[in-house]
Design a protein around this ligand. Structure first.
Ligand code: GLC
Length: 409
């Protein structure tokens, strides 16, 4: 498939999944791409950022509208929800199949990986639109301050998530122990999650109380790597100012903490910290590689991640890399997970992150293979949610929005 055909396919998905209108509940105009019309018909936080980046290659005005709509959902305290239910009439059906933490029926009370400042920076770089930047900056400053002030109770620079969906890698095996997962299936996951939701019920909306309850408290490596990436974009957007110095300092603190607390020299990978006690969760998954997205990660660490894990056929270097869990993990499930996601298949968004990371660290050959193989997945199977890492068979939702990120490889 040549570039033109890929663009045509991507345009088709982004147009089909485009939702536009005026919300009945707040009178606000919305214009965004939903991840999938069938499975995910609302606005998801990190999906929207990926959609905006893909849209830059097709329709920069729509990229702006996507992010404007997302930012219009920010609350006065800075918080930005991981789902906004713009079209409420579809909600009942969705909630009959999924659980969402809420204090308001129109949005979730949980977050997702904070990549938004990077998406805004890309849109600003591509369009030079000063008005867009001026509108975005106060929202971003409030949001990253909210993360720091609310989600880092031990003040070590690492922010914590309160349930797996906040990290965007819902059923990753790294959460099994903390969730007390009995049955290894989506039903098992949902029932373990329900217990946590029940305990959170009286506390919903008070994240500090939720974090002190210590029921699910993860200083997640993927989330914190993206947090640093986002703050660095924010610093560049803010230019020379006291606010930019504030986030520069915070980004440094977070990276230092990742290196000091999450890096495991013996295994050669980064591990999340579970609970207030910060127990390292020694399960290698795609998030163990995510600090590679930081260009100043020390070289010996970069080399170990790439040589020992990422490019090793025993682990992540499958015929269609990069699987969400290395092939060496006994729980690795390369095939159809029936909703029990992030336990084997390869995803285009993590490939996109690591493709750019590898390029920045000088691994052009590996990066090019990831790009070629990701495009091959789309050619063979269409824009799917995730792919079998051995066969490129398309799995999960069809016509899935963020797989259009291949335009940005
Ligand atoms: C799944 C993914 C999450 C994504 C959402 C919408 O829940 O795990 O990362 O944001 O679907 O696509």
């Amino acid at each position: 498939m040549d570039r033109e055909a890929l663009e045509k396919g991507a345009r088709q998905i982004l147009l089909t999944n485009l939702r536009q209108g005026v919300a009945e509940w707040n009178g606000q105009e919305y214009s965004f791409v939903c991840p999938s019309l069938t499975g995910y018909p609302f606005q998801w936080f990190w999906d929207s950022c990926f959609h905006a980046i893909a849209l830059l290659h097709l329709d920069p005005e729509q990229a702006k509208a996507e992010l404007r709509t997302l930012m219009s959902g920010a609350l006065p305290n800075g918080f930005m929800p991981h789902i906004i239910f713009w079209e409420m009439e579809k909600q009942r059906d969705f909630l009959s199949r999924n659980i969402v933490g809420q204090t308001d029926p129109h949005y979730s009370s949980t977050m997702q990986p904070p990549i938004i400042a990077y998406a805004v920076e890309r849109v600003y770089q591509a369009t030079g639109d000063e008005e867009f930047k001026a509108m975005a900056l106060p929202v971003l400053v409030n949001f990253y301050r909210w993360l720091r002030d609310t989600r880092d109770p031990d003040n070590d620079g690492l922010i914590a998530v309160i349930q797996p969906e906040e990290a965007g890698t819902d059923c990753s095996p790294k959460y099994d122990e903390a969730l007390g997962l009995g049955e290894l299936s989506n039903q098992g996951f949902v029932s373990a999650l329900r217990k946590i939701y029940q305990a959170y019920e009286p506390l919903r909306g008070d994240d500090q109380k939720i974090l002190s309850a210590d029921l699910f408290h993860f200083e997640d490596v993927l989330v914190n790597s993206i947090y640093v990436m986002g703050m660095r974009s924010l610093v560049r957007l803010l230019g020379d100012s006291t606010e930019s110095a504030e986030f520069n300092c915070e980004a440094k603190r977070t990276l230092d903490a990742l290196l000091e607390k999450c890096w495991d020299e013996e295994v050669g990978a980064f591990f999340d910290l579970s609970g207030i006690a910060e127990k390292p969760v020694r399960v290698v998954t795609i998030s163990s590689l995510m600090p590679l997205i930081l260009e100043d990660l020390p070289r010996p660490i970069v080399e170990r991640l790439v040589n020992d894990w990422l490019s090793s056929p025993d682990h992540f270097w499958t015929p269609y890399p990069l699987p969400s869990v290395p092939a060496s993990n006994p729980k690795f499930m390369p095939g159809n997970p029936h909703g029990f996601i992030w336990r084997g298949p390869s995803w285009i968004n993590t490939n996109w992150f690591l493709y750019h990371a590898l390029l920045n660290h000088g691994y052009k050959e590996l990066a090019d293979i990831i790009a070629t193989k990701s495009i091959e997945c789309v050619e063979k199977s269409g824009f799917r949610e995730y792919y079998n890492p051995y066969t490129a068979e398309g799995l999960g939702a069809k016509d899935f929005g963020w797989s259009t990120l291949i335009l940005d490889f």
